[in-house]
Design a protein around this ligand. Structure first.
Ligand SMILES: [Zn+2]
Length: 144
């Protein structure tokens, strides 16, 4: 006598397995809202977190993220040391950058737009390569 409410019918309030974005596991969830015949929003029974229904663990994404994390971790490390260098440099005397200024390798300069940077090299007669927090730029110096 149960053909009026088949077990496979999913509706708001139905318990369903979904990937939890917070727990990072396939767990029992409760359907919060539906998108047609499919669950749209679900609530994790474990952490009470509400998120979009994900029937499967995002496997490819996780692999890509892991790969990206490794690469990012490496680049972050070198970036970290640069940030440390910059932090230390902030306490050191640095020159205000201007096109007419004279700078040499190893000088710390403060640029109106790019902020603090370190002169990497001087190219005669009037160019310097400066490394800023997020970029390396060529600037004019000794300009008259
Ligand atoms: Zn959860």
């Amino acid at each position: 006598m149960c053909y009026n409410r088949p077990m496979s019918k999913i509706a708001a309030g139905t318990e369903i397995e979904s990937y939890c974005t917070k727990c990072k596991l396939i767990l029992a969830h409760t359907v919060v809202s539906m998108d047609g015949a499919k669950p749209k929003r679900v609530k994790c029974n474990t952490c009470d977190g509400e998120h979009n229904y994900r029937p499967k663990k995002p496997a490819t994404k996780t692999t890509a993220a892991k790969k990206g994390k490794t690469t990012r971790g490496a680049s972050k490390k070198s970036r970290q040391s640069w940030e440390d260098t910059m932090k230390e440099a902030a306490d050191k005397p640095h020159k205000k950058y201007s096109m007419s200024g004279s700078f040499s390798e190893g000088d710390w300069i403060e640029h109106d737009t790019f902020g603090l940077g370190c002169v990497q090299s001087f190219t005669a007669p009037n160019k310097i390569t400066v490394r800023f927090a997020d970029s390396t730029r060529m600037l004019v110096c000794n300009y008259s």
